[in-house]
Structures are given as structure tokens and as C-alpha cells.
Design a protein around this ligand. Structure first.
Ligand SMILES: C[S@@+](CC[C@H](N)C(=O)[O-])C[C@H]1O[C@@H](n2cnc3c(N)ncnc32)[C@H](O)[C@@H]1O
Length: 321
């Protein structure tokens, strides 16, 4: 019997790895340049709409610019790439940061808070991953669940979503979000909450109320990088979840491995928030959610396909209260 040693990497393999790594390290600068290219057209469009006051408010100009960039280019691309992970996550097909072949946890169901709903990039996914049905006044959530004869997200199969609160403070995103809700025919279930999560409990700021301890699921997709006072507000969000409630997370987080990557991410972060609507790269979001309160189970991780040079690494998974 002949034994053959594994093939040795050739010079070409090394060179191609080097090229791939360098391009990967440089790609975020390309993303910033693309965002910069949307600033002139944002200014032009504000002038055409005679929204001159926005031009003189750096915060409002940044919101308008971010919306142009996100709806015009970044969002649809992210939806295309991240959809492979986010859709299975919400269906209960993800464990340790990886997509699984079988269902390993409950699908999203019940009353849902979508944090930082943006332009509604993920709104149609609710229809894909769950049955959606607003409870009739005399029927209630329990009735819907019984009648549809599917579980309420505590076992296998699809759940029933009865209410979605899309928390989104940037008013420029709202027309896009409204269109996405209408396209998905979710008008009677999906309510836009036009404030930041820090004001979710402030009845004077919006027309509605979410009781603490009443929410079945929280969905946060690429948004906890942008909220103010993350420790305080993530703790606050935790308090809205009922016992057994689940927090589905797909967020980018601080680089934890290798001094070089930690330094490089911090360097990029000097510029990043100015170009990407205030988004901060170096937040330890997984740790912050872990520490928000006691969890019954935590099943999160970094997708294995992300290489060592990933300057914007992600965490994907579910926290169960
Ligand atoms: C990078 S975008 C992601 C939007 C959406 N989740 C998506 O994947 O397309 C971050 C979103 O968080 C929103 N955001 C910023 N501050 C927030 C706050 N205090 N509370 C809730 N959302 C906030 C921004 O307006 C923005 O729409």
C-alpha cells in the first residue's frame, strides 16, 4: 500500500492567499468611498426638495446621507449576502454562529420588536419564516395560535407572528419602511415606532405602548452599533422580553483576536462612523447582551466563513431569557 503525503502549498497558493488577505483588509475603505460618493447626490436631492434646514444640521444631514447610501446601495447588497444567514436564523436553523441543516430552535413568533428597522430590508422575511396573523379583538394571541394549529415558537415548524414593532428613529427611512410593509401586506401587524429604543417607554414620544415583559422575540440586525448608551439601552430592551423570550442577533462586533486586527479595526473606526451614519465598529455587543441580565440559554458565535482579516466580524445566534 502506498502512502502519499498531503500536497504542499505552492508559491502560487501563498501569493493568492496574500492577495485575498490584502484585498479583504482594504475592502472597508472601498465601502467608505462608496458611501462618500452618495454625499453630493444627497445634498442635491435635499436642495431639490427644498429641505434647506437639513443641510445646516450635521446630525440630520448624516441621517439623510445614510438613508441614500443604505437604500441605494449598501442595504440591498447586505440583504443579498447576509440573507443566507439571517433567514435561517429567524427560522430556528442556526447554532454556534453557523446555519444548520435541521431546525435546532424555535422560529420567530408572537410579539416582536425589530430594533433599528431601517428601510425595511428584512420586512418580507417575516412572511417567509412565520405565519403572520393579527389577533381578532375577541380571539387574542392564544386563539390565533390554537386555530392555526402551529406552535407559538416553542417547538419545531413555523410560529405565528401577531405583532411587530419596528423601532426606527431616522424619519428618512420611514417612507421606505412603509413601502416594505405594504409590499409584504403586513399593515395590520407591523407598526413603525418612530423613536430610538431609548424612548420606547416614553408615551409622549410616540403613539402606542409596549409593556415590559410582554415581548416574545427581539430581532436586531446590524443596528446595536448605532444606538446610544448600549449597556443601558440593551438592558432596557432585555426588560421587554418575557420569560422564555428570544433575542435573535446578527450584529457586527469588536475584533477580539490578534493585536494587529484589534489595532486595524480601531484605526478604521476613526473614520467609519462619520461615513456610515454613526455606526461604531468596536462595540463588544455580544458581551453587552450577555451581561444585560440572566439568560436561560445562549447559542451564538461567529460565522465560520469569516476569515482572519474580517475587519467587521459578526455574531449570529439566539439568546433565550
Ligand atoms: C446599519 S442600519 C441597519 C438597518 C436594518 N436593520 C438593516 O439591516 O437594513 C442601523 C439602523 O439603526 C437605526 N438606529 C440608530 N439609532 C437607533 C436607536 N437609538 N434606536 C433604534 N434604532 C436606531 C438607524 O437609524 C439605522 O436605520
Amino acid at each position: 500500500m502506498s502512502t502519499s503525503s498531503p500536497p504542499q502549498p505552492t508559491l502560487l497558493t501563498h501569493l493568492s492567499f496574500l492577495k485575498e488577505s490584502i484585498l479583504g483588509l482594504l475592502s472597508p475603505w472601498g465601502f467608505l468611498s462608496l458611501s462618500a460618493s452618495f454625499l453630493p447626490r444627497t445634498i442635491l436631492s435635499l436642495i431639490q426638495q427644498q429641505r434647506y434646514s437639513v443641510l445646516f444640521s450635521p446630525a440630520r444631514l448624516q441621517e439623510a446621507w445614510f438613508t441614500e447610501f443604505w437604500t441605494g446601495l449598501a442595504g440591498p447588497n447586505i440583504r443579498l449576502n447576509a440573507g443566507e444567514r439571517v433567514v435561517p436564523l429567524l427560522r430556528g436553523y442556526a447554532s454556534r454562529g453557523q446555519v444548520t441543516e435541521t431546525q435546532v430552535g424555535p422560529a420567530i413568533a408572537g410579539t416582536v420588536i425589530e430594533v433599528g428597522a431601517g428601510a425595511g430590508l428584512w420586512v418580507d422575511v417575516y412572511r417567509q419564516v412565520a405565519d403572520v396573523r393579527a389577533p381578532d379583538a375577541d380571539e387574542g394571541v392564544e386563539g390565533v395560535t390554537k386555530r392555526k394549529n402551529v406552535n407559538n415558537g416553542n417547538g419545531e415548524g413555523k410560529g405565528v407572528i401577531t405583532r411587530i414593532y419596528g423601532v426606527e428613529p431616522n424619519p428618512n427611512q420611514h417612507p421606505h419602511l412603509h413601502r416594505a410593509i405594504a409590499a409584504a401586506k403586513l399593515e395590520d401587524v407591523y407598526q413603525i415606532v418612530p423613536v430610538g429604543i431609548e424612548d420606547l417607554d416614553n408615551g409622549a414620544m410616540w403613539d402606542g405602548r409596549v409593556e415590559k415583559g410582554s415581548v416574545d422575540c427581539i430581532v436586531s440586525i446590524l443596528c446595536l452599533c448605532s444606538i446610544p448608551e448600549p449597556e443601558k439601552n440593551i438592558r432596557e430592551l432585555y426588560s421587554y422580553l418575557k420569560k422564555g423570550g428570544r433575542w435573535y442577533v446578527f450584529e457586527h462586533v469588536r475584533c477580539e483576536h490578534g493585536l494587529f486586527m484589534q489595532f486595524y479595526q480601531r484605526l478604521l473606526n476613526v473614520f467609519w462612523p462619520h461615513f456610515i451614519g454613526g455606526c461604531l465598529l468596536c462595540r463588544p455587543t455580544e458581551k453587552t447582551i450577555r451581561e444585560a441580565g440572566p439568560w436561560d440559554s445562549i447559542d451564538v458565535g461567529q460565522p465560520a466563513t469569516e476569515p482572519w482579516y474580517q475587519v467587521v466580524p459578526h455574531v449570529l445566534g439566539v439568546f433565550t431569557k
